[in-house]
Design a protein around this ligand. Sequence first.
Ligand code: AP5
Ligand code: MG
Length: 212
Amino acid sequence: MNLLIMGLPGAGKGTQAAKIVEEFGVAHISTGDMFRAAMANQTEMGVLAKSYIDKGELVPDEVTNGIVKERLAQADIKEKGFLLDGYPRTIEQAHALDEILTDLDLVLDGVINIDVDPNSLLERLSGRIIHKKTGETFHKVFNPPADYNEEDYYQREDDKPETVKRRLDVNIAQGAPIIEHYRSQNLVYDIRGNQEIGDVFKDIEKVLMNLK
Ligand code: AP5
Ligand code: MG
């Protein structure tokens, strides 16, 4: 299966992606995770990405399209399928993805759109904690780890309230035409994101069982 998962910052894309990967075995491709890895390694691209991410702005399309194309061209994708998380995020990226998929002879099977009330997102992002060793995402209140020990977890730099506000504005402004692009191809499955994590996954599971 070749899938996209879409939703505003904090909608639960990464949380649900981990569950989808576990059950369906697709390759998880998160542009945000790729940029954070490059930032941690201080590569040239990482330094460039950081200058945008820290302000809550989008990394330029040429850079993002390039890393996605390179990843989708790898051999495991044809075998496992993919789940793109956080891409495309501009209509230009959606058009670039159409071309990339045609070039690589890949077809998109569905777009999971996690629909959430934007008012709940600040609370989700300010409470998000990530396990240093495994990279697993939790929430201090909504999804606490069993053995919470503050020094084993970190918070994302761009989860500060002032950056979150900008991220939400940018994503709300860019998101509608992308969803419309895929709706016109009957590829979109709307999922109610303001439910418990396990219930959101049950709804996604039903959709994917039918797509398989
Ligand atoms: P990216 O890393 O993609 O961030 P984002 O889109 O802002 O989304 P998040 O990862 O913050 O949220 P999520 O939906 O994955 O939520 P999560 O599951 O963690 O991108 C970061 C930056 O990189 C961008 O701002 C941009 O600068 C750059 N970038 C990335 N892609 C780009 C692109 N294509 N083009 C240009 N620039 C790009 O959940 C959040 C929290 O809520 C967690 O604590 C979780 O435990 C909790 N939670 C999850 N589900 C629920 C639930 N149902 N109920 C209660 N709590 C929940
Ligand atoms: Mg994420």
